[in-house]
Ligand binder design. Structure first.
Ligand code: ZN
Length: 101
């Protein structure tokens, strides 16, 4: 589950909490005021992508270890449609040029 930051709008305290998006926002531990989720959607997405990237590259490396370059290429190409990642795109390009040569 992702880590969210919550900020108290009354006293400015910021806490981090692992929870799902649908969980209710917590109350401030200092003053009891309703806290607001303040992590930006961008930073949430980028950590999410980094996590997916890691898993995708791990799978692709499994294919490459077995010498299945075509499978790795096809897999990464498919993955790049779901995960908008420069690193995956670069890996696809690298494998593409490897396959062409
Ligand atoms: Zn507070």
């Amino acid at each position: 589950m992702p880590i969210y930051e919550f900020k108290c709008e009354r006293c400015g305290v910021i806490i981090k909490k692992i929870c799902s998006f649908s969980d209710p926002e917590p109350l401030c531990p200092c003053c009891g005021f309703q806290m607001r989720r303040c992590i930006s959607s961008f930073s949430f997405k980028s950590s999410d992508i980094a996590d997916r990237e890691k898993r995708i590259f791990k799978l692709a490396q499994g294919y490459l270890k077995d010498g299945k370059i075509h499978d790795a290429h096809r897999f990464l190409k498919k993955a790049s449609e779901y995960v908008k990642s420069e690193n995956i795109k670069k890996a696809v390009d690298k494998l593409s040029s490897k396959l062409e040569s």
